[in-house]
Design a protein around this ligand. Structure first.
Ligand code: SF4
Ligand code: SF4
Length: 212
């Protein structure tokens, strides 16, 4: 997989690691077999098996990628050559093996419209732009994700108010992270161990996010 990683030498090792995870979407004579690890099924935050086992060709929408590419931010999706740099550097993928930007892109390109737009996993991106910055093909996956979310709303997979809840979550997460960092940094000269749970409780209380 590293042959496709141009100008991203710092990611080479982790790209190989990501490559070993596989796409979870395998072409087959009968259509597209989706493994239980696709992470792109509705019904759970981390994605679970659809139970369908095989997605027949009648479920494919060949126009899906063109619709994504026609929207601002989605223009370069067809340039993806599946190198895996995006997944290798993604902080969400680091903690959730079901989350795989490269696989999401492959599924869009394959036309798995319903599987992608109904998926809970498209809401897990934190818009950190790491993938955006390192993609050798300038796919701008952070923006692609925004396009997929827009389409999910438009097609009724989520309530129109849902994106604002995700935005509120992202803002709260940043505030919590910032406050925790300040607390830890304030004692940076000490040889101290920290109970992160305790620090988190204190910060969430201070921010008015805690529960008594
Ligand atoms: S989006 Fe970019 S970084 Fe990710 S697999 Fe495609 S070409 Fe590679
Ligand atoms: S923008 Fe989203 S998909 Fe890209 S690296 Fe960050 S969390 Fe991962």
């Amino acid at each position: 997989m590293t042959e496709g990683v141009q100008g991203s030498a710092g990611f080479a090792g982790s790209v190989e690691k990501e490559g070993a995870r596989g796409l979870g979407v395998m072409p087959s004579a009968t259509g597209l077999a989706t493994g239980s690890g696709t992470g792109l099924a509705s019904g759970s935050a981390t994605g679970s098996a659809t139970g369908e086992g095989v997605v027949g060709s009648e479920t494919l929408d060949p126009g899906f990628k063109y619709e994504v590419a026609a929207r601002p931010g989605g223009e370069n999706i067809k340039a993806c050559f599946a190198c895996g740099v995006c997944t290798a550097g993604c902080p969400v993928a680091e903690i959730d093996p079901q989350y795989n930007p490269r696989r999401i892109i492959r599924m869009v390109l394959l036309g798995l419209r319903r599987e992608v737009l109904s998926s809970d996993i498209i809401w897990l991106c934190t818009s950190c732009f790491t993938c955006y910055a390192h993609c050798p093909q300038d796919v701008k996956f952070t923006d692609v994700m925004k396009v997929l979310r827009e389409m999910a709303v438009e097609e009724g997979y989520v309530h129109p108010s849902f994106p604002s809840r995700i935005e509120a979550l992202d803002e709260a997460a940043q505030r919590i992270r910032r406050e925790m960092a300040v607390e830890l940094v304030s004692r940076k000269a000490e040889d101290a161990t920290f109970d992160l749970g305790e620090v988190l409780s204190g910060v969430t209380r201070r921010l008015g996010l805690g529960r008594e």
